[in-house]
Design a protein around this ligand. Sequence first.
Ligand SMILES: CC(=O)Nc1ccn([C@H]2C[C@H](O)[C@@H](CO)O2)c(=O)n1
Length: 110
Amino acid sequence: MKNAPTVMTFFERFEADILSGKKTITIRDESERDYVPGSRVDVSTFEDGRGFCQLDIISVEPILFDDLSLFHAEQENMTLAQLKAVIQEIYPGIEQLYVVSYKLAQRISL
Ligand SMILES: CC(=O)Nc1ccn([C@H]2C[C@H](O)[C@@H](CO)O2)c(=O)n1
């Protein structure tokens, strides 16, 4: 069995929404489907690796791109059109995705 991942990165432009609690899920491809509910991960920016919080993983659920809904968009603090555009940009042509739900555990301030 693989070890549970302990780190996650986000694009810097999503940091404020995560820290404010407006964004409570992230949708990832199969390379990031191994997060374990109940585990805590250290979160940093994708661009420069700056740590900014810890998240508690709540669940990891498979989702097809075509099944993304307003419910997912609301949890991403986006419109559905925005969410689909973001995912197509990050994961072009990928149909099988995973919804990772999380709760903010701790902010990291320098
Ligand atoms: C390396 C990498 O893929 N990093 C990602 C992937 C996704 N996100 C955000 C963008 C959207 O809010 C959701 C849906 O993919 O997750 C991200 O910040 N960083």
